[in-house]
Each structure stands twice: as structure tokens, then as C-alpha cells.
Design a protein around this ligand. Sequence first.
Ligand SMILES: [Zn+2]
Length: 482
Amino acid sequence: MPNQNTNPIHIHDTLSREKRRFEPIDPANVRIYVCGPTVYDLAHIGNARPIVVFDVMVRLLRLVYGADHVTYVRNVTDIDDKINARAHERGITIRDLTNDTLNVFHSDIEALNALPPDIEPRATEYILPMQDMIQVLIDKGNAYEKDGHVLFNVPSMSEYGKLSRRKRDELIAGARVEVAPYKKDPADFVLWKPSDPAKGEPGWDSPWGYGRPGWHIECSAMSRAHLGEVFDIHGGGLDLIFPHHENEIAQSRCAHDAPTMANYWMHNGYLMAEGEKMSKSLGNFYTVNELLQEFPGEAIRLLLLKTHYRQPLDFTKDGLVEAKRELDKLYRALQVFDEASARMPEFSERAAKDNHIDEKFIDYLCNDLNTPQAIADLHMMANTAFHNDKGSDEGLILMAHELRQSGDLLGLLKMNPEDWFKWLPAGAAEGLSDDDIDAKIAARTEARKNKDFAASDTTRDELQAAGIVLEDGPSGTTWRRG
Ligand SMILES: [Zn+2]
């Protein structure tokens, strides 16, 4: 059952173009499907946006309905013509290419604090369910076979185009391909196509010959396998509305004789970089992997969440510098709060077991995932560390838990503040290593003990010159890269 302390979630549903109250089919098993990566190349920052947005959505659902009452499926597309071409180019097998790419994808998005989905199905492991669904569509008269291809017949579905609100002539123009001779209607799309083993194309035996599935049928088959014929939320980027999601709906609804595929369709907006569409020739094509060499993952994540998910987002390096600075402030506040915790460890430990997230904070996220407002609220919490009368240690300790738990719902503030301030870009000029710094601090502490203040000051100056800021506190000396 939903957590009684929260107001209902409202979601903007692309299908109805309305913000609607979220009512799951079964509150004991809230089901969400998000289209995952096609694993032929490194994830770019545009790919990361839906990952981070839906990660926050899933965190919210888990908070409201209970972690064990949410099923999050995000697939991996590991059959695709771009994959075949890339594997051929690199002279490696398709399996090696997709495995390598998927491994890097996992470590990149883990650095952005994206939690793994409950289930991550790979298309190549669902060929039989796809074939079964294709056969059902043929039997029902929604699909036909021609020259080793199986096509979905668009005019057979009267409500086709409802999600993207495209008219028939737009649909045909949208197909943007020369109409293949095997198509009955120009808008028909591929469910199955022949493969040529001589060209290294992957393939499977089927009633329609040796071949491989089209992209859209993958998601219809994998979502049904794990979430059933009708589920709660289907998510992805705006660019997937047409044709991908329109086609998923056509396949699933016709195969299942269902009035809908998912009750809520959520789409995140477009992402630009440095004011323009990302492109390798403009030099604004940012892969997550490259950005992580220069910035901490949380700064990237914060920048992605500072814009509401349905708005277009202009992702810039200046924005990242600013996001890093904002996180510095939040971590400074945590340090202040943690000093209070160090003074009252037992109180802090007891308090850590309670829920400290403010209702207002949750309400912001329940309101169609209003992350900009939630982030502004984090800053308000942090301000209490620097400004007001500071209050009692108890008050500061409770604020530490509130800031951490609220941050956690956004996937932020997961580091220990000391480590945050020691973070260095991978390509940074060589300076003192963490061990060097620790050794110098130990020597300085020893000098101070022996009242050798000249030596102690010299060490401090040396460290300062190397950009290291020392802070002497009640529990010893800590340092950060300034
Ligand atoms: Zn999909």
C-alpha cells in the first residue's frame, strides 16, 4: 500500500496530453518499463538524461509504494544494424562488441548514481517470445509475410498515430524511406527481416526464414514477458514517441486485444550541448565517459536534474562548473552538520533510523517530478548550516539526516564530504597524492605536538601552495582540494 505520508503522484501523460493522478493497476506491484540503450557505442549525455530522470522516478515510486512493490525493467537492444556495422568495422564479434559496450555503459551510469533496474532483458534472449508475438499478429490479420519479411500492416489498426498525433500523410512522410516493394502500405513497418550469414548478419531460424527481429517488436515482447500485457508507466526520450513507441503500442494492443499498452507515457525533453544539437563535427558531442574524466558524476547528474524533465535542456561545461560549485556548498553544509553528529554520536545514530524527508520535498517530486524545485529545497536546507542562529546540535544533526535522505531521493550527496573535496579530475596535472598529503599532515601534527610551530607553518604553506586547504577541527585535521 502507498506510504500514507505522501500525497498522490501526478504524471504528465504524453498519450492524453494531461497531467493525471497516478493510480497503479496493482499498488503491490507497480510496473515501469523504460527503453534502454542500443549498445554499439559509448553513451552520450543525451542518452544519460532518460536514465537519470527515470532513476529518480523509480526512487520516488519505491519510496511511496515500498521498494519491494516496484518492478523496473530497462532493456538492452543488442540486435541492430549499427551494431553489425560497428562490429564488422572493428573486426570483433557482435557479442564481444555488445558485451564491452554494455560494461562501459553500466560503469558510466553507476558513476551518475543510477541504480540498476530490477530486470535488464537483452533482446537476443527474447527471440522466441518475439516470434510468438509476430505469429499472433499474422494470425489476427495485423501483419503479413512477404519475401522473408514480416510487416505490421498500419491500416489494420484504426487508432494508429494516437500517441504521436500524426496524420496519415505525415506518417508516410515520417517513414522517410523509399517504399520497399514488399510493403502493402507505405507506413507498414518491419517485425522480422531476413539475415544474410555471408555478410555476418546475426540471425535465427523462424517460420518466415532465417532472419532477425525489427527494433520495435523487441520492447513489446520484453515488456510483456516481465510486466504483462498492460502495465503502469512506459518511459523514454521524446525522440522515441515516433515511430518507436507508436509502433510498440500498435503491436502490443493488437496482439493482446487491449485498449492500451501502458497507462502513463512519460517522455523526457531534448538535450542540446553548448546551445546546439550535439554533433561530432561541432565538438559538442559529449560522452558520459569523457565528462567523467573532468567532472564528478554527481555534478553531471545535478545538471541533468536542474531542468524539469519535460523541458529542453542545454547541457554546457559552464553549467557543470556551476553544478559542481553548488554541490560543494551542499557538502560544506553536510560537514557542518556532521561536526554536530561527531559531538553527539549516539543521538545521531538513533536519529538515522527515522525518516527525515520533509513532506513538502516529496510533494515537489510527486508533482510530475519537479526536480528543479526539489533541488532549490536542498539549498534551503543547506543554508541553515551557514546562516541562521544554528540552533542546537540536535537540530543540526536532524538537518544532516534530512539533507542526506532528501538528496538520496534525487541520487545526490552519496559521497562522504571529505572524499567529495578530495576529488580530482582523472587528467589533472600531477600534484601531491592523497598519501603524500596525509603524510605531510601527520608530520605537521607531530611538529605541533612538539611545539615546533615554524615547521608546522612551513608544511601548511607548502600544502597551500599545492592547492590543499587544511582545516583543524576538534577531531583532527582534514583537508580538501581548494
Ligand atoms: Zn522501446
